[in-house]
Design a protein around this ligand. Structure first.
Ligand SMILES: Cc1cc2nc3c(=O)[nH]c(=O)nc-3n(C[C@H](O)[C@H](O)[C@H](O)COP(=O)(O)OP(=O)(O)OC[C@H]3O[C@@H](n4cnc5c(N)ncnc54)[C@H](O)[C@@H]3O)c2cc1C
Length: 289
């Protein structure tokens, strides 16, 4: 059976449709996950609720305190914004890794989060940058930290009738830098064996005053590796700090054995990749944004 297609123009209309149809309806953004899942028989919604005609979901605002990215913004549209690329190069390098040129014309940043794949590329970068999710539902709005949005593979905190409206990222300080690296077994279009997002701030002496490290594909949800972040604080990003953060990331990773690698291999890669990602973020912080 073919699914019906609704095109609400407001958030209220969309949440009302989602509530009315319950499990029979699915929000639809770019469809790059959802259509594949429908073709594969993993999902069979009766109604698709298209989110791309709702203006708030397509907004991109760079304010003096925070950056608001509409959930339905395509990953291609993000990289066209030079100021966003300058302020959050790590988030953009994560978004740019999603699929191919064609996929990026459709794939949304909100869909990447809502699909709740443990290997989703943008999520470690969102968590490292302390993004907050604005959620709308029949009872109004609520905020959820990006680090808490996914509750397991394919599941999120979204309740009946709820949708993700936008991601709000604190505007990085001038002496902050972020970075994202992933490891895949081949050079193109594959899913992360490990993905690492890092955001950190250095003061004028090079002392690390704030840090966040997030690990993807090494647990059922992205891991907010607080011990790794703590290993960077209070001193320079030198060889000893890089060794500490690498060891802490290895310890924080909780991977499984699967066809992309053994748990032991993934832990090792998590350590190596974290060190490299921290080095890039630190260089960017030192250069200023
Ligand atoms: C060939 C190919 C390669 C890919 N490569 C990568 C890759 O390298 N890295 C990677 O991370 N991903 C990859 N993906 C997966 C996919 O492109 C991303 O996850 C994409 O960002 C999903 O966005 P979308 O707008 O297409 O979501 P959709 O498919 O429209 O939706 C995905 C899920 O989220 C829900 N949803 C979407 N938006 C909202 C919202 N605002 N509120 C509530 N629920 C919502 C939908 O109901 C659905 O369950 C790839 C996919 C393909 C087909």
């Amino acid at each position: 059976m073919q699914a019906g297609f609704e095109q609400p123009r407001t958030i209220e209309e969309a949440t009302a449709l989602l509530q009315k149809h319950g499990d029979a309806a699915r929000p639809f953004a770019g469809g790059t996950d959802l259509l594949v899942q429908m073709r594969g028989g993993m999902r069979s919604p009766d109604i698709l609720v298209d989110l791309k005609r709702i203006p708030e979901l397509g907004q991109l605002e760079i304010g003096s305190d925070e950056i608001v990215i509409g959930a339905a913004c395509s990953t291609a549209s993000l990289r066209e914004n030079a100021e966003l690329v300058r302020l959050l190069p790590g988030l953009l390098e994560a978004a740019e890794l999603i699929g191919s040129e064609q996929i990026q014309g459709r794939s949304s940043i909100g869909g990447n989060l809502c699909n709740a794949s443990p290997a989703a590329d943008s999520v470690p970068a969102l968590v490292a940058n302390s993004a907050v999710c604005s959620v709308a539902g029949p009872d109004g709005r609520r905020d959820v930290p990006a680090a808490e949005f996914s509750t397991g593979p394919g599941s999120t905190v979204l309740g009946s009738g709820e949708l993700l409206v936008s991601l709000r990222v604190p505007r990085p300080a001038p002496d902050a830098g972020d970075a994202y690296l992933r490891f895949i077994p081949r050079s193109e279009m594959d899913i992360a064996v490990v993905g690492v997002g890092v955001a950190l701030t250095l003061d004028a002496d090079g002392t690390c005053t704030a840090a966040r490290v997030a690990l993807g594909a090494v647990g059922p949800t992205v891991i907010d590796a607080t011990t790794a972040a703590t290993a960077l604080l209070g001193g320079p990003i030198d060889t000893a700090a890089l060794e500490r953060v690498s060891e802490a990331a290895r310890e924080a990773a909780r991977p499984i054995d699967d066809k992309r690698g053994t748990a032991a291999y993934r832990k090792h890669v998590a350590g190596v990749l974290t060190r490299r990602t921290v080095e890039i973020a630190a260089r960017r912080a030192a250069e200023g944004n």
